[in-house]
Design a protein around this ligand. Structure first.
Ligand code: BGC
Length: 736
């Protein structure tokens, strides 16, 4: 389906093009030969204080209550008016990492292509797909008239119950950092600014504006901050979004250590810091590193508006700091191309874009268990029972600001209700009938044969069991809807689905469970079922992708970017912090595990997870051999990976640091996505980012590598390590 760009978009585009068409000599900042810094400095000099302040705050771009859609806004998350006098385009900001959102249908009927969830993307272990997905949604943003995409979520999954894990990229700083960086690069390759968010330690949704994340400095630098640092280096995001929560006592958006010391000083970040929506509590945040107040209606006070001007006039905020904040915004606009390549009208080829989403889905679906080769399904099975999970409606998606609605609003939307500010967001949106997408049930029918596939919606255990009994094989879908603003209370599947699966598996052990979850869930029925596929939220082409993996049209290629625990007792915070507290009660979330997030802590405690980080079965087999480890300033690891099975397949061999100078550790230091024909061998060579070998010394403010023998292991997951080797690494100290 091809959509026409709206009139509002065209009006905005016309303004931008007219502005940039003026003579470059009158506007020296329009000289593309100058650096973005030079151009931003030239332009900033022309602005009055009021004009600068105008760029430092903006409203939500939706109509709600007595708030009208701001003039000139296309309608979405946010809007910063431009300046026609000097040809500065407005910032038209939209969510998010998984596609272009349309909150409250503010742009009537304007759907978009949904990428699979962030965890599905991370499960591909394929930075090229992260780039491609980013470029796709960046392209859609641009073609709709948006120039800032609030994408780039890189918080580590420290708690499997976190309601936004699905938007992020798992529990490992290297994997999350690389994938976020590539996704951001992809977005910005379409001349649309991407953010990197939510900086930092926005590790749970429960009481997210009252939660004080407590962590030691070194541990923070080696974990969540490292993911952000890598993503910032690789992606060069135009903007970083600070978070709702506090970090070590200061709100993230008013946290001088995080924003001024770490981000801007230590990392030399040149873009701007925008607030999360409703995360600003005072004007002096500008002195603490915040450059722009977003979604200002949610704060009640436009702190970065009139009060900022008063503060400048009183000398409380230096005018130079206001200029600095302004230059940072303009610099990113120049660096990403907002001035030089104004948007032009373009129709969107949703069918082509859905195919990109489909590639991510196919490569990110993880085959967790496959007893006796139950999968792939044979095409001539007599009867396939498909049960539950709204498999006749589409594939599930996650809720909140990242919610994408398919083009033409096709796909069922089932309200969950509830109370409070997020209640309106709480609905299960299914992606089903996009330009090439169909429901999982229809896609299974296409491959399994129309007559053979029977469906039961799973509401009644008795009828599901009856159908399962008479079938050759059962495919049961189980859903866990997750959304912004709330965490799961535990790791169960809601609405009695655990009991349904147990009953169905008892009736027919040839049961395949397809999970559509926001993150890890417990599986009390695991021993009774034959196979388990984790399909995450599979996006625009998800139905076909699930069917293709079930029937082996493609290899099962995903690998877990998060540990699946046996139970929540294996995590440091069994009782969820903040649960049951009033909305104004402050509480601490003590990250006592430090940088031992996920599999690292499992390695440290010796606990056995249900499925380890990095795990994922294939329909073929892979073997690793001929390991070579070279030391020096870092570690360079090379080895052969061979497809020893009978069909084409995809692997993601992983390299872990397992010992530093006699002290056991576990850290992913490299991975590579390979696609191999049967019998084919590929030599993989990876050099570790030295920070992955180091410890962060908070006193010296430096990464320190102690000299000694560093041992590595290569394997198919964090718990399946087949090759081991070691080399000597020199002592080093690296800047923060
Ligand atoms: C979310 C951000 C989002 C913003 C704008 C906030 O509630 O935390 O991720 O970008 O809203 O929609």
């Amino acid at each position: 389906m091809i959509a026409k760009t709206s009139t509002a978009v065209l009006a905005a585009l016309a303004l931008t093009s007219a502005a940039s068409a003026q003579a470059p000599s009158a506007k020296p900042w329009m000289n593309p030969k100058l650096s973005p810094d030079e151009r931003a400095a030239l332009l900033d000099k022309k602005l009055t204080l009021d004009e600068r302040i105008g760029l430092l705050h903006g409203p939500m771009a939706i109509a709600w209550g007595k708030n009208k859609l701001p003039e000139g806004a296309l309608g979405s998350a946010g809007f910063i008016p431009g300046l026609a006098r000097l040809g500065i385009p407005a910032l038209q900001e939209t969510d998010a990492s998984l596609g272009i959102a349309n909150p409250g249908d503010v742009r009537p009927g304007d759907g978009a292509t949904a990428l699979p969830s962030g965890l599905a993307l991370a499960a591909t272990f394929d930075p090229k797909l992260a780039f491609e997905g980013g470029a796709m949604i960046g392209g859609e943003a641009r073609d709709k008239g948006f120039n800032v995409l609030l994408a780039g979520g890189a918080n580590l999954a420290r708690d499997p119950r976190n309601g936004r894990n699905f938007e992020y990229l798992g529990e490992d700083p290297w994997l999350a950092g690389v994938m976020a960086g590539e996704a951001i690069r992809g977005v910005q390759s379409r001349k649309v600014i991407s953010t990197l968010k939510h900086f930092s330690l926005n590790g749970q949704e429960t009481g997210r504006t009252m939660a004080n994340s407590v962590i030691e400095e070194g541990a923070h630098r080696e974990s969540d901050l490292l993911a952000f640092q890598i993503a910032a280096e690789k992606g060069q995001p135009g903007s970083v979004m600070c978070a709702y929560n506090l970090v070590n006592g200061d709100y993230s958006c008013g946290n001088p250590h995080l924003l001024n010391d770490v981000l801007k000083r230590d990392w030399g970040y040149k873009g701007w810091v925008m607030s999360d929506w409703g995360a600003v509590h005072a004007t002096d945040y500008v002195l603490k590193g915040l450059d722009q107040q977003s979604g200002e209606q949610l704060d009640g006070t436009t702190w970065f508006g009139a009060p900022l001007k008063v503060a400048v006039e009183k000398g409380e905020v230096p005018a130079a700091r206001v200029s600095d904040a302004t230059r940072r915004i303009l610099r990113s606009m120049f660096a990403v191309g907002l001035f030089d390549d104004p948007q032009v009208k373009r129709e969107i080829d949703y069918a082509a874009n859905a195919k990109i989403a489909g590639k991510v889905a196919r490569d990110g679906i993880v085959l967790l268990k496959n007893e006796g080769g139950l999968l792939p399904l044979v095409k001539n099975a007599k009867t396939i029972a498909v049960i539950g999970g709204y498999a006749d409606q589409g594939v599930l998606s996650g809720g909140g600001s990242s919610q994408v609605v398919p083009p033409g609003h096709k796909g069922a939307k089932i309200a969950l209700g509830g109370e409070g500010m997020m209640a309106a967001w709480r609905s299960m949106q299914f992606h089903s009938a996009g330009p090439i997408g169909s429901t999982p049930l229809a896609a299974i029918r296409k491959l399994g044969g129309n007559g053979q596939v029977r469906f039961d919606d799973g509401r009644y255990v008795a009828s599901a069991v009856e159908l399962a009994k008479g079938a050759d094989v059962v495919v049961i879908f189980a859903n866990q809807w997750m959304g912004e603003g709330e965490d799961a209370p535990d790791l169960s599947l809601p609405n009695g689905q655990d009991a349904l699966i147990a009953a169905v598996a008892a009736a027919n052990p040839k049961t395949v469970v397809v999970l559509q979850t926001g993150g890890p869930v417990a599986m009390p029925w695991l021993n009774a079922v034959g196979a388990v596929l984790e399909a995450w939220y599979a996006g625009a082409d998800g139905g076909e992708a699930i069917a293709d993996v079930l029937f082996g049209e493609v290899d099962a290629a995903g690998r877990l970017p998060v540990t699946f625990p046996v139970s929540i007792d294996q995590y440091p915070r069994v009782a969820a912090p903040g649960r049951g507290l009033g909305p104004k009660e402050r509480f601490d979330v003590v990250y006592s595990e430090g940088s031992d997030v996920g599999y690292r802590r499992f390695a440290a405690t010796g606990a056995k997870p249900l499925f380890p980080f990095g795990h994922g079965l294939s329909y073929t087999r892979f073997a690793y051999a001929n390991l070579k480890v070279a030391g020096g300033d870092s570690l360079t690891v090379s080895f052969d990976v061979t497809n020893t099975g009978g069909r084409v397949g995809k692997d993601a061999p992983q390299v872990y640091l397992v010992d530093r100078g006699g002290k056991p550790v576990q850290r992913l230091i490299g991975f590579e996505r390979v696609s191999l024909a049967p019998g084919e061998t590929r030599r993989v060579t990876l050099t570790a980012d030295p920070r992955l070998l180091a410890s962060f010394d908070p006193v010296a403010k430096a990464w320190r590598i102690a000299p000694g023998d560093y041992a590595v292991a290569v394997g198919a997951s964090s718990a399946d390590l087949s090759l081991k080797g070691a080399a000597k690494v020199r002592a080093r100290s690296l800047k923060p």
